[in-house]
Design a binder for this molecule. Structure first.
Ligand SMILES: Cc1cc2nc3c(=O)[nH]c(=O)nc-3n(C[C@H](O)[C@H](O)[C@H](O)COP(=O)(O)OP(=O)(O)OC[C@H]3O[C@@H](n4cnc5c(N)ncnc54)[C@H](O)[C@@H]3O)c2cc1C
Length: 371
């Protein structure tokens, strides 16, 4: 079997590693050099408990998140769901290095165009499009609009400043005055070390043509002032979108969508690294089983994501319907050190308690996890 993969992001690299493990012949095409041009908070939230601890590129495991509503609340990460701060450039370069050592042929600075893709459809048995959103496949098959029905708009700066007080934790802060239509919306401060951090923000937008959206750059200036970071040095800036709904169709002839190209980022927090890796691995399992596997790819993904999506849906509804004071109260309750207070909060939000227990209680093994 000949397999082509578009994009050396997490989805493409995990797919390449999974394919190499099955001795499938792989060509991986990346429009830049591997690890270049990344705009990301660089924090992996292993939301299904499936990922192995990253090797090279890992900066540190994160054990606590500071959640800011009206007050600051410390949320300890459970041992079942891990969070890691990364240098994504180094992490991806290392994954590419491992893939190459296992026989994957990596073509850097090779941008796949619509014409290339048409030609590749004849030359390869299967093509995995892990090129992010909107994908080149969507341009060929004319469904780019599917990425913008509901999505998260993000803006991020890499800052040099003093982050020693927050280290080794990370901070996620919710906006008290953004209308519910933009929720989920929050900003993050993810220190890479005591002197550098990714500082970004995200809000929900519905409809590509919607003019109704917050000015994230202006909001960023307000956040930097409020956080005492107005004098920090901006080292990099970038913006991006994350489609927060799985696309209605993931297979187009012999092309399979993976990761952001499949619309797999979390509608709650915009994280998508773990889902990109998962979908890359599942897409390879599917192609290796031929048509029978392909039919199951979408369903298989949905099964893995079921409990996580249910909890996220309930949480998003809370963010849209509760007043900020009620939301702050919920944050205080779920982060309380007292089991009794946590239980009392859970009983006041029974659907959240139920979906959280289902999410924590479900452990899904992935056959053939590559690294
Ligand atoms: C500001 C921001 C912050 C984020 N922070 C986090 C975070 O902290 N944690 C988290 O889990 N997620 C985060 N995300 C989401 C995360 O970045 C994505 O979900 C994840 O990168 C998806 O991986 P992927 O492999 O599907 O696509 P990508 O990482 O986008 O990789 C796609 C690759 O394909 C290449 N490519 C694109 N088109 C072509 C083409 N035509 N030909 C060849 N190559 C091509 C690109 O150069 C790129 O290398 C963030 C997103 C944004 C916008």
């Amino acid at each position: 079997m000949k397999l082509a993969i578009i994009g050396a992001g997490p989805g493409g690299l995990y797919a390449a590693l999974a394919a190499a493990k099955k001795n499938i012949q792989v060509d991986l095409f990346e429009k830049r050099k591997v690890g270049e041009g990344i705009v990301c908070g660089e924090c992996i939230f292993d939301s299904l408990g499936i990922m192995a601890r990253p090797g090279r590129g890992l900066l540190r495991p994160v054990d606590e998140i500071v959640l800011r509503g009206r007050g600051d609340f410390t949320f300890p990460l459970s041992r079942h769901r891990k969070l890691w701060m990364l240098d994504r450039r180094i992490w991806q370069q290392e994954l590419a290095h491992i893939a190459a050592s296992r026989g994957v042929v990596i073509h850097e600075n090779k941008k796949i165009t619509k014409a290339c893709l048409r030609q590749m459809q004849k030359e390869y048995d299967w093509i995995l499009d892990a090129g992010g959103a909107p994908s080149i496949t969507s341009r060929l098959y004319q469904f780019s609009g599917d990425y913008f029905r509901e999505y998260l708009l993000a803006h991020q700066l890499v800052l040099a400043g003093d982050f020693s007080a927050l280290m080794p934790r990370i901070k996620v802060a919710f906006f008290s005055d953004l209308p519910s239509v933009f929720q989920p919306a929050y900003y993050w401060i993810f220190p890479k070390d005591a002197g550098r951090a990714n500082v970004g923000m995200i809000c929900t937008v519905r409809g590509a043509l919607s003019k109704e959206r917050p000015d994230l750059k202006k909001l960023m200036a307000d956040v930097l002032r409020a956080e005492g970071l107005a004098d920090a040095t901006v080292m990099e800036k970038g913006s991006g979108v994350a489609t927060s709904r799985m696309l209605p169709r993931l297979v187009h002839d012999n092309i399979i969508l993976v990761g952001d190209a499949a619309g797999l980022t979390s509608a709650l927090h915009g994280g998508g690294i773990d889902m990109a890796c998962l979908s890359g691995v599942l897409a390879v399992s599917a192609v290796s089983e031929g048509q029978i596997g392909m039919a199951g790819y979408e369903e298989n993904l949905k099964q893995y994501m079921k409990e996580k999506n249910a909890l996220e849906k309930v949480t998003i509804r809370k963010m849209r319907t509760l007043s900020f004071d009620q939301f702050d109260d919920l944050l205080r309750g779920v982060t309380s050190r007292s089991k009794f207070v946590r239980l009392k909060t859970g009983l006041r939000h029974l659907n959240m308690l139920y979906t959280t227990m289902k999410w924590f209680g479900t452990k899904k093994e992935i056959p053939d996890w590559p690294v």
